[in-house]
Design a protein. Structure first.
Lengths: 187, 291
């Protein structure tokens, strides 16, 4: 992050409240020690380190947070959450930001990650359990990335790693759960 | 001993070898596994990145079925599922509002009494731990293995309540009991890239490469894992590592249950040793003598 003046419009948008509502986490305890950034295995790919992202959430810098790659690069490994001396659930904050962004229909800086999540949820909503071949095929179709991992996929297929056909065990139950969650969240 | 069994989606598809070898080992140890009837997906990473209520309701729906079946304890071999089930219990325990909302969504009471265990816990503790050496029929003492625990079996500790989060020893203890040598190394709990396997494979190749590199540098013949996602990443991405980093590892990646099962004399075919992408069967030729 380059050093420049940042303009904080007080009360224009309280991002930390939205994060608290979505994930139940209070970011105000963070005193910027940097331990989360030090332990993060994916920090090398991020534009803001987890420490900087938490600071941006504290300051309510909505645009900076929503336009960063960081939240979409979190692998949910829980290293940051485990090591935080202030007990801030850092990985939980990144999840909560993703939830807030989806509620507000914001574009993901790394669209493939969001697309994969969506395909995954559609899949379990339909089948009750994951039908892996279905998720991969649909994901590849929606990202137009058909050749990547094709050789490996075929080898795995030959080894019998994938179930060819889906089964519908529990699909009715999961469908209902999705429906009721949707209703509750709209209310 | 009788436990409920929640295999999770992977163990019925890409990680069948984990399912089969776990069941075979439990059979030898006289542990009865009763599969939860009509279990559903735990929601995995995708659900907790979409809605906290959804991510809590899906696991709780499974724990509710378990209660109806009269089961109090459940074995969850997939760390992703294990973590989601434990987190859901933690969520309803700490937040009354969400507990009520979940009960409405799953249309039954929340089962917060259920005891959720990773199989490493029951195997690495008494009474089963001291039973392990009595069942060993193949000497694997020359086999040097590093134990890779991954992220979610031990992290975050207030949720998982299992082992030491930074440097766990349970799998080492278990494999040692079966006569297998385990080595110290620094990547026991470093992330492999997890669910980016399909959406961001470059991260997986890089992180998994660091793990195998460290295993190789301490002189390991194989890596023992306890997670279907870790297994898939470390096992299937070795050709990509060769392309990008120019190193051909040929490092066998085995489920800890396959190693224990092999020491118990279970046949390689029953342990599905041939199902790995990186050839793994020949590692047992290092020593393969009956005790």
């Amino acid at each position: 992050m380059t050093e420049e003046l940042i303009h904080i419009e007080v009360k224009s948008y309280d991002l930390s409240d939205a994060v608290k509502a979505a994930g139940g986490i209070d970011v105000s305890c963070c005193y910027q020690c940097g331990k989360c950034a030090g332990g993060c295995p994916v920090a090398y790919e991020m534009d803001l380190t987890p420490t900087q992202l938490i600071h941006a959430v504290q300051l309510g810098l909505k645009d900076l947070v929503f336009n960063s790659k960081t939240v979409w690069l979190c692998a949910s490994c829980q290293t940051c959450t485990t090591r935080c001396p202030q007990n801030v659930d850092v990985a939980g904050v990144l999840s909560a930001v993703k939830i807030v962004m989806q509620c507000e229909n914001k574009k993901a800086k790394i669209p493939d990650v969001l697309k994969f999540n969506k395909r995954f949820l559609e899949n379990i909503k339909l089948f009750g359990r994951t039908y892996e071949l279905g998720i991969v095929a649909l994901f590849k179709l929606t990202t137009w990335n058909l050749t990547q991992d094709l050789v490996m996929g075929l080898k795995m297929f030959k080894k019998g790693k994938f179930n060819i056909l889906p089964r519908f065990r529990g699909s009715w139950v999961v469908g209902k759960i999705f429906k009721r969650v949707g209703k509750k969240e709209k209310a | 001993m009788k436990y409920g069994y929640y295999p999770g989606c992977s163990l019925h598809s890409t990680a069948k070898e984990y399912d089969r070898s776990l069941i075979a080992v439990c059979d030898k140890l006289n542990v009865e596994l009763v599969e939860i009837e009509k279990w559903v997906c735990c929601g995995s990473t995708a659900a907790h990145n979409r809605s906290k209520l959804l991510a809590t309701a899906l696991p709780m729906a499974n724990l509710a079925i378990m209660q109806k079946m009269g089961l109090e304890e459940v074995i969850v071999p997939c760390p992703e599922c294990f973590s989601k089930l434990k987190t859901a219990q933690h969520n309803v325990e700490c937040d009354r509002k969400i507990k009520k909302a979940v009960a409405d969504v799953i249309q039954t009471q929340c089962n917060d009494e259920a005891k959720v265990y990773h199989p490493l816990k029951i195997f690495s503790e008494e009474p089963l731990l001291s039973k392990i050496p009595t069942l060993v029929v193949r000497d694997l003492s020359k086999l040097k293995v590093v134990c890779y625990y991954g992220c979610l079996i031990t992290r975050p500790p207030e949720i998982t309540q299992f082992d030491v989060c930074e440097y766990p020893e349970s799998m080492d203890r278990l494999l040692n009991a079966a006569g297998i040598t385990t080595l110290d190394w620094s990547h026991k709990t470093r992330c492999c890239g997890a669910s980016f396997a399909i959406s961001k494979p470059d991260i997986v190749v890089n992180l998994s490469n660091q793990i195998i590199e460290d295993a190789k540098s301490v002189g390991a013949d194989a890596i023992a894992v306890a997670c279907p996602v870790c297994h898939a990443n470390l096992d299937t991405r070795q050709p990509d590592m060769e392309k990008i980093f120019g190193i051909r590892y040929n490092m066998p990646i085995l489920y800890f249950t396959q190693l224990i099962g092999y020491s118990f004399g279970i046949s390689p075919k029953d342990l599905l040793l041939h199902r790995h992408m990186t050839e793994a069967e020949s590692v047992f030729k290092i020593n393969n003598q009956p005790v």
